[in-house]
Design a protein around this ligand. Structure first.
Ligand code: 6GU
Length: 237
C-alpha cells in the first residue's frame, strides 16, 4: 500500500520508522511518503494560513499550498483522474472532528486500498475549496477519531495508520492474533495472564491452568460479554 501524508510537521511521522510499521516499510509492504506543506508555500515566510473571510477567530489554511501538494501526489497514481469515484483512485482522508467516526470496521475497509493520502490540517481548518477541488480527482473522506478536539490532524493520522497498517497482510507476524483482539468480533477482549501462576498473592483463574480447551473458550467468551456489558454496553446493542 502507498501512503502519502501532507503536514506542516513532517518530523512528527519519524516514529513510523520503528516497530511493526517500520519493518513493513523496510520489506516494501508499506511505501510511505511524508510531504511538508510549506514546500508548496512560495512566499518568503512560507505562509500556509490566513484570516477567515467573514471574520471570526483563528486562521484558515490557504488553498494554494494544498492544491499544489495534492497535485504532485495525485498525478501519476492509479485511476483515471477524469473519473472520480473509480476504486483505483487514491483515497484522500482529511482528519477532521467533523468527519465520520473511525472504527475497526473502517480500518478493515481502508486496509484494502492501494493508495491512501492523509491531509493533516492545523489552525481552524482548511479552505473548503481544497476538499471540493480534490473530490474532482480522487475520492475524499473526512474522518474523526472520536469526540474530542485535537490541535491538528497529525495524531489522528498516526492512529489511523497504525490501525490500518497492522491489518495489511504480512505486517503483523501472526494473523491469528488479529482476530482475538478487542473490537474484531464486536466485543472487548478477555483478560490475559502469563507466568507465574501466582504473583503478589494473586492467582491466575484456575480454568486457564485446567488444559480443558472447551472450558477455557467458554470462560473467555463469558469474560468478553461481562466486560463489554459493563464498560461498553453500546457495543452490545
Ligand atoms: Cl481527525 N482532527 C482533529 N483536529 N481533532 C479531532 C479529530 C481529528 N478527531 C477527533 N478530534
Amino acid at each position: 500500500m502507498r501512503i502519502d501524508i501532507v503536514t506542516i510537521f513532517p518530523e512528527f511521522f519519524d516514529v513510523l520508522d520503528i516497530s511493526l510499521l517500520g519493518k513493513a516499510r523496510q520489506t516494501g509492504i508499506i511505501d510511505l511518503g511524508v510531504h511538508d506543506l510549506r514546500d508548496h508555500a512560495h512566499d518568503r515566510h512560507r505562509t500556509v494560513d490566513d484570516t477567515p473571510y467573514g471574520g471570526g477567530a483563528g486562521m484558515v489554511m490557504k488553498p494554494e499550498p494544498w492544491g499544489e501538494a495534492l497535485d504532485g501526489i495525485l498525478e501519476g497514481g492509479p485511476g483515471d483522474p477524469g473519473d472520480p469515484g473509480d476504486p483505483g483512485d487514491p483515497l484522500v482522508i482529511f482528519p477532521s472532528p467533523a468527519g465520520d467516526v473511525f472504527t475497526q470496521a473502517m480500518a478493515r475497509e481502508l486496509a484494502n486500498e492501494q493508495h491512501l493520502v492523509f491531509g493533516c490540517g492545523r489552525y481552524e481548518g482548511i479552505d473548503q475549496r481544497v476538499f471540493d477541488d480534490t473530490a474532482v480527482r480522487a475520492r475524499v473522506r473526512l474522518v474523526s477519531i472520536g469526540d474530542y478536539v485535537l490541535n491538528g490532524g497529525e495524531v489522528a493520522t498516526m492512529a489511523m495508520i497504525e490501525a490500518i497498517g497492522r491489518l495489511i497482510p504480512g505486517v503483523v507476524g501472526n494473523p491469528e492474533s488479529l482476530v482475538q483482539e478487542s473490537h474484531e468480533d464486536g466485543l472487548l477482549e478477555y483478560p490475559s495472564y502469563t507466568k507465574p501462576a501466582e504473583w503478589r498473592g494473586r492467582a491466575v483463574p484456575p480454568v486457564l491452568l485446567s488444559g480443558n480447551h472447551g472450558a477455557i473458550a467458554a470462560w473467555r467468551r463469558e469474560q468478553q460479554l461481562e466486560r463489554t456489558a459493563r464498560v461498553r454496553p453500546d457495543l452490545l446493542a
